[in-house]
Design a protein around this ligand. Structure first.
Ligand code: GAR
Length: 203
């Protein structure tokens, strides 16, 4: 059987991309990262893709006439690579409702918080500031809102007295590196069913 093709969008260091690549290799998931797309020319995620022999594309917002043009280029690159699932792994841009509609239930995102708490930027800092006792990460389908789509899975970590931002972010990141490949594996095995806001994992 052919591997399922996924496309990864990343803006930064790409440690979540790396966890996906490592898990595909180690767990023999029937998944292939067909393309890595970044909106930042210096994203380390591109280096990781290059090392793994994966096609990389840089699409800079400032070189596009508008957001529609930017997203059309992303869409074209994903379709050209025959991508079936789009994975946002530290992609720090909000996709328009038009783009999301084109890929309904075919875009997933990893967010470093237990949604619906702490959406948007610096979720770990928001959690520390708020004083919560548990934090974590969420993998969810992307809808037209910001970090609001149906939740596939979540992982929880404690927030400890004396935690710095980096300590908490690192603890959450360990779980992100488990959660994102796990969700992709469930998708590849066709075990994910979306029913309105709820996601059921088939046994
Ligand atoms: C991760 O912590 C990811 O959850 C977060 O950016 C980081 C990317 O790290 N994403 C968001 O905050 C999206 N709202 P990485 O580049 O090493 O994967």
């Amino acid at each position: 059987m052919n591997n399922h093709k996924i496309g990864v969008l990343a803006s930064g260091r790409g440690s979540n991309l790396q966890s996906v690549l490592d898990n595909i290799e180690n767990k023999k998931m029937p998944v292939e990262v067909a393309i890595v797309i970044s909106d930042k020319a210096d994203a380390f995620a591109l280096e990781r893709a290059k090392k793994a022999g994966i096609a990389q594309v840089v699409i800079l917002r400032k070189e596009c006439s508008d957001k529609t043009d930017f997203e059309n280029k992303i869409d074209a690159a994903l379709r050209e690579a025959s991508v079936e699932l789009v994975v946002l792994a530290g992609f720090m841009r909000i996709l328009s409702s038009d783009f999301v509609a084109k890929w309904k239930h075919k875009i997933i995102n990893i967010h470093p918080a237990l949604l619906p708490s702490f959406t948007g930027l610096d979720a770990q800092g928001q959690a520390l500031e708020y004083g919560v006792k548990v934090a974590g990460c969420t993998v969810h389908f992307v809808d037209e809102g910001m970090d609001t789509g149906p939740i596939i899975l979540q992982k929880v970590v404690p927030v400890l007295d004396g935690d710095t931002h980096d300590m908490l972010a690192d603890r959450i990141l360990v779980q992100e590196h488990i959660a994102l490949p796990e969700a992709i594996g469930l998708w590849a095995e066709d075990k994910i069913e979306v029913c309105g806001r709820k996601v059921y994992i088939k046994k």
